[in-house]
Design a binder for this molecule. Structure first.
Ligand code: A2P
Length: 257
């Protein structure tokens, strides 16, 4: 049996010159947990060319959705960015990943911190009612260079609060904090500084982040992860794993090499 499902592209959306997303059909046998990633890609010269992508869509949805950057000479994304409705994409059969709420101790506020396409796993998590269990608030933070890169802003701000099944939970618990670093916007600054210096929780009327009460899920660039790792280490935060619930979990955003 092939390691991949062959699925059909059902829609493509270009957010900017360097960012796009697409949806595709989903084999009923493809199961994943909210926050996981899988290998996806295209057949190129008779061989699978794949990279790791977090699933954006909810685990209960009939289709799958993915968010991608466009790297001009990236082996996969230089091709993937041209996909059209009806094209075939490969979807790896074995999703994996560490951004699981089951790896976290219950707490007060759950911070989901993503930069760039590091938003993707959190888009799936905020559509999972179980992700809100055990937390008073879920704070979704998306950091980008420009406002145009704040993908899914309308979905988060307008659609989800009105959603038939999720609306009530989202209205009660979800706080969305988009922030931009290279142009003027209502929130400006890096996802590191805004948490480390307390600006972000203060803006939302929340207490400063405290490992005794708060949990963090992180997905972003290697630099972001390094800065947080140093901060977690300094504060003696406990990392959650498969076998041990902790105070934070981390995944790197998968940038094409
Ligand atoms: P900045 O504009 O200050 O570099 P990218 O598009 O490079 O993936 O970046 C996405 C967002 O992540 C940008 O707002 C960028 O801010 C920010 N960023 C990049 N590196 C770090 C880091 N080490 N810590 C915090 N934020 C970072």
């Amino acid at each position: 049996m092939s390691a991949y499902f062959e699925e059909k592209v059902t829609s493509v959306h270009h957010w900017t010159d360097s960012l796009f997303s697409f949806t595709c059909t989903r084999d009923p046998a493809f199961r994943f947990k909210s926050g996981q990633f899988t290998m996806i890609g295209l057949m190129v010269e008779g061989k699978p060319l794949v990279r790791a992508y977090s699933v954006v869509s909810g685990h209960w949805e009939e289709h799958l959705e993915f968010l991608s950057i466009k790297v001009p000479d990236g082996p996969l994304t230089s091709r993937l960015q041209h996909i059209q409705v009806g094209d075939t994409v490969l979807i790896g059969r074995k999703p994996v990943g560490t951004l699981l709420t089951e790896s976290l101790l219950p707490g007060r506020n759950l911070y989901m911190l993503g930069t760039g396409t590091g938003l993707a796993p959190f888009m799936s998590l905020i559509r999972d009612p179980d992700a809100y269990e055990g937390f008073e608030r879920v704070v979704l933070v998306h950091g980008c260079r420009t406002v145009a890169e704040l993908a899914y802003e309308d979905l988060i701000k307008a659609e989800l609060p009105e959603h038939e099944l999720l609306g009530e939970l989202v209205r009660e618990k979800l706080l969305y904090y988009p922030t931009v670093t290279r142009e003027a916007f209502v929130h400006q600054g890096r996802v590191t500084d805004l948490i480390f210096n307390g600006t972000l929780p203060a803006d939302l009327g929340l207490a400063p982040v405290d490992k005794a009460h708060d949990r963090i899920m992180l997905c972003g660039s290697p630099g972001l992860l390094a800065d947080y790792n140093a901060w977690f280490k300094q504060g003696a935060w406990i990392e959650g794993t498969n076998n041990l619930q902790g105070q934070y979990v981390i995944e790197k955003a998968f940038v094409e090499k």
